[in-house]
Write a protein that binds this ligand. Structure first.
Ligand code: GLA
Ligand code: ZN
Length: 689
C-alpha cells in the first residue's frame, strides 16, 4: 500500500484539543486557517481518555474532536493512543509495566512504558486499535493511522524472558545450534535447558551498562528480540485495524538514527515511513540529511512523512536552543528535498502543564498569531499551498548507495578488544558528509537492498557480513561499479562469531587485501596518511580537479594491511608500519573494491569518495560551495526538481548548471547565469526536459 493520498505536501501536526475547552478550539482553527494547516494528528496519548476503566470505552470527546477537525476540512492522521497506558491498567495488572536493565519492576508513570510481552497489554492495546478503527476507520477525513508512539526502550521482565526463549527456539530450533551460535563453551555457558536462558542485563551478562556484555551473541539476539517484540505490538494493532479498515495506510513515528530498534526489521510492516526530526542543535544539517535518506530507504525510496518537528525549541534537553529565523523553513524544505511528502509539527498548541509546557509550539500559551514563530509557520504554509502537488511522489535519482546496518552498529559498539572510541554513526556520517559535500544524491539502504541500480556502494564499518552480501557486493564491482569499505569490516558472521579466515573475511576477494593486525589509539594520537593516486584515471574527468596527492590525518583505529592484489592509494607515514598501505583499491571484474584501513579525517574520506565519484563520472553539484545543500527529486511525470538549500547566514550566489524555472517566483533560470539563494534561503528549480 502506498502513502496517504494528499493534494499537496501535508502540513500541520500533533494537536491535543482534549486538553482545552471549546472556545480554545475555535481560536485554534482560526489560526490553523491562517497557517494553512491541512492535517492534524489526533489522539496520540488518549488511552486513558477513551478507556477510563477496563470495561468502559467512551468516545464522546474524541468523536467531537474528529468531527470538528473534519468539519474544518482537515485531514486526520489518527493515533491509536497506545504510547502510554492508563494508571488503572498498571494498578490492576502490574505486569503491564516494564522491568528495567537493572531488574527493577517499574510502577505506573511516564510513557512508552508498557512491557511488549505482556498478554494484557497486547490484548487491550489491540482492542483499543480495533475499536478506534471500527469507529473512525471509514471516516473520509482519516487518511492515515499512527500506531503507538516512538517505540523504543526495552523490558527485562519474566514475560520478556519467556518471550525471548520462545523467539530463540524459533530462531535456532535446537539448543545445540544456540550454543554454537552463542559460543557458550567459553566461560561455562553451555545451556542444557531453554529455561536456563536469562535476558542479558545488569544482573546477568552486563557490566558498565548495555554496551558491555560478556556474550555479544546473547545481547545481539536480545536486541533483535526486543525489536521484534515491539514490532509484534505494532502488528497486533495493525491487524486489529485491518479487520474493518482495509485501505487506510498505517505508520508509526520512527526516530531516525535511533539505536535500540532495527527499523529495517520493521519497514516491511509499515505502509509508509514517518519520523520525528529533533536535531540537538543547528549544526545538524548533515545528520538530518542522513536521517532523511535513511528513512526514505526504509520503503525502497518511497516518500516518507516528517511526523514531528518542533517549530522552535525542544524541551527534553539540558539546553534547548531556538531555531533562528528562517531555520524552521529551511529544515522543512530540506525534508521535502530528501523525499518527505508531509511536514508536521509537534505541537500545534503548547500544553499548559507537565514536562512539555515549554516545548516549542505553533501556538503558545497566549494563543497569539502574531509571533515570529507563527508568522514563519504561516509563510511556509503559504509556500506549500502555492507549490501544490508538484513534488508529491517524486523519487530521488541516486547512483550512490550507502549501506546502513543495525546489526553492525550494535555489534561494533558492544565488542571488547577493539576501540570504544570508534562510533558507528560517526564513521557512517563521515562518508555521508563526503557525499553531501560533493552534492550527490544518496540512497541509505539496508544490506539486503537490491544493489543493481548503483554505480557506487559505500559500506562504512561493515562489521557483520550476513547472508549473500559479500557476493552481491562482488557483483557490483564485477559489472564495473565501485565498492568502498573500511576498517573493522568483514569481521563477524550473523552470530557475531569471527570468520575463520583472514580479515576482512568474505570481503577479502573483493578488496584484495589481508589485514594482518590492528592498533587502536587514544583520540590525540595521529598517524599521517599520504594519499596519492597514480591509477588509470588519476587525471579527473569532472570538475573540480582532485588534488593528486595530499597528506591527511588518521586516528583511533589503524589496520595493518598486506596487499593481496590491491594497489596502494594511501600510505601510513609514521610508527613501525610507516610505508604500509592505509587505503587500497583492488581491480575486481570491470570495477573496484576500495579498502580504507584507518580512521581518516574528513579531508581524507572526502578525497577517497571524490576519486570514486570521479571514476564514475557522477555529477557533483556545487561541490566546493560551503553550506549549500542540493538534492533532486524526479516526479512521477518525469520532471526533475532541483532543491538548493542555503545553510549559511548570508546569501550565496552560484552559476546555474541547467535551464529551468524557479518554482516560487516562476522566474527563468538559465544555464551559465547567476542564481542567488538568500541567507537560509531555498530555491526549487524545475529543470527543462
Ligand atoms: C516526541 C513525541 C512527542 C513529544 C515530542 C517532544 O517526538 O512523540 O509526543 O514528546 O517528542 O519533542
Ligand atoms: Zn517485559
Amino acid at each position: 500500500m502506498s502513502p496517504p493520498v494528499t493534494p499537496k505536501i501535508a502540513f500541520g501536526g500533533d494537536y491535543n484539543p482534549e486538553q482545552w475547552p471549546d472556545h480554545v478550539w475555535d481560536q485554534d482553527y482560526r489560526l490553523f486557517d491562517a497557517a494553512r494547516f491541512d492535517t492534524v494528528t489526533l489522539g496520540v496519548f488518549d488511552w486513558a481518555l477513551i478507556q477510563p476503566a477496563l470495561d468502559v470505552y467512551d468516545f464522546t470527546l474524541l468523536d467531537r474532536i474528529v468531527e470538528r477537525a473534519a468539519a474544518e476540512g482537515r485531514a486526520i492522521c489518527l493515533a491509536t493512543g497506545t504510547g502510554a497506558h492508563p494508571a488503572w491498567l498498571a494498578r490492576a495488572y502490574p505486569e503491564v509495566t516494564r522491568t528495567d536493565f537493572e531488574g527493577r519492576r517499574h510502577r505506573f508513570g511516564q510513557r512508552h512504558n508498557s512491557c511488549p510481552s505482556s498478554p494484557v497489554f497486547r490484548r487491550l492495546s489491540a482492542e483499543l486499535a480495533r475499536r478506534m478503527a471500527r469507529r473512525y476507520g471509514g471516516h473520509p477525513a482519516v487518511i492515515a493511522w499512527h500506531i503507538g508512539n516512538e517505540y523504543g526502550g526495552a523490558c527485562y521482565c519474566e514475560l520478556c524472558a519467556a518471550g525471548f526463549r520462545q523467539w530463540l527456539r524459533e530462531r535456532y530450533g535446537s539448543l545445540e545450534a544456540l550454543n554454537a551460535a552463542w559460543y557458550t563453551t567459553f566461560w561455562a555457558h553451555t545451556f542444557g535447558d531453554w529455561d536456563e536462558i536469562e535476558p542479558p542485563s545488569a544482573l546477568t551478562e552486563h557490566w558498565r551498562g548495555p554496551d558491555h556484555t560478556a556474550f555479544q551473541g546473547i545481547t545481539l539476539d536480545y536486541r533483535r528480540f526486543m525489536s521484534d517484540a515491539m514490532l509484534a505490538n505494532f502488528r497486533d494493532e495493525k491487524a486489529a485495524i485491518r479487520e474493518t479498515c482495509p485501505d487506510v495506510p498505517v505508520t508509526t513515528n520512527f526516530m531516525g538514527l535511533y539505536q535500540p530498534i532495527d527499523y529495517h526489521r520493521w519497514a516491511p510492516h509499515l505502509d509508509f515511513a514517518s519520523w520525528d526530526n529533533y536535531p540537538p542543535d543547528d549544526t545538524a544539517r548533515v545528520r538530518m540529511a542522513l536521517a532523511h535518506d535513511l528513512m526514505r530507504g526504509l520503503k525502497d525510496g518511497q516518500p516518507f512523512w516528517v511526523m514531528e518537528q518542533t517549530p522552535s525549541t525542544t524541551a527534553s534537553r539540558d539546553v534547548n536552543p531556538l531555531k533562528r529565523p528562517g531555520v524552521m523553513r529551511l529544515w522543512s524544505w530540506q525534508a521535502v528535498a530528501h523525499g518527505a511528502d508531509a511536514v508536521l509539527f509537534f505541537q500545534l498548541r503548547a500544553s499548559r502543564g507537565a514536562c512539555e509546557k515549554y516545548h516549542g509550539a505553533v501556538i503558545g500559551h497566549a494563543g497569539r498569531g502574531d509571533t515570529r514563530v507563527f508568522r514563519e509557520v504561516a509563510q511556509l504554509g503559504a509556500e506549500f499551498a502555492r507549490l501544490g502537488g508538484t513534488v508529491l511522489g517524486a523519487r530521488t535519482p541516486a547512483r550512490v548507495a550507502l549501506l546502513f546496518d543495525w546489526d553492525s552498529w550494535w555489534a561494533v559498539e558492544m565488542t571488547d578488544g577493539l576501540s570504544r572510541l570508534v562510533r558507528y554513526q560517526q564513521v557512517v556520517q563521515a562518508y555521508y558528509t563526503a557525499l553531501w559535500d560533493a552534492g550527490v544524491d544518496v540512497d541509505v539502504v539496508p544490506v539486503t537492498a537490491g544493489l543493481d541500480g548503483y554505480d557506487v556502494v559505500v559500506a562504512p564499518l561493515l562489521h557483520m557480513v550476513k547472508g549473500d552480501l559479500a557476493q552481491r557486493l562482488e557483483e557490483v564491482a564485477a559489472r564495473g561499479g565501485s565498492v568502498v569499505t573500511t576498517f573493522l569490516s568483514g569481521r563477524v558472521d550473523e552470530d557475531d562469531n569471527a570468520f575463520l579466515t583472514d580479515v576482512p573475511g568474505p570481503l577479502g576477494p573483493l578488496t584484495g587485501v589481508r589485514v594482518d593486525e590492528w592498533d587502536a589509539r587514544g583520540p590525540d594520537f595521529v598517524n599521517p596518511v599520504r594519499l596519492r593516486d597514480t591509477g588509470p584515471d588519476s587525471g579527473s574527468q569532472i570538475e573540480p580537479e582532485i588534488e593528486p596527492e595530499i597528506e591527511v590525518e588518521s586516528r583511533l583505529f589503524f589496520e595493518i594491511v598486506i596487499p593481496a592484489g590491491a594497489e596502494t592509494v594511501g600510505t601510513y607515514t609514521a610508527d613501525f608500519y610507516a610505508g604500509t598501505p592505509a587505503v587500497t583499491r583492488n581491480a575486481f571484474g570491470a570495477g573496484h573494491g576500495w579498502y580504507v584501513a584507518a580512521g581518516l579525517d574528513q579531508r581524507g574520506v572526502s578525497w577517497v569518495v571524490r576519486r570514486v565519484l570521479d571514476h564514475h563520472g557522477i555529477e557533483l553539484r556545487y561541490p566546493d560551495v560551503q553550506d549549500l545543500e542540493t538534492a533532486v527529486r524526479v516526479t512521477p511525470a518525469g520532471d526533475r526538481i532541483l532543491f538548493l538549500l542555503n545553510h549559511r547566514n548570508e546569501a550565496i550566489e552560484v552559476t546555474a548548471e541547467r535551464d529551468g524555472v524557479e518554482l516560487f517566483t516562476k522566474s527563468r533560470v538559465r544555464a551559465g547565469e547567476p542564481v542567488k539563494i538568500e541567507a537560509c534561503g531555498v530555491l526549487l528549480v524545475q529543470e527543462d526536459m
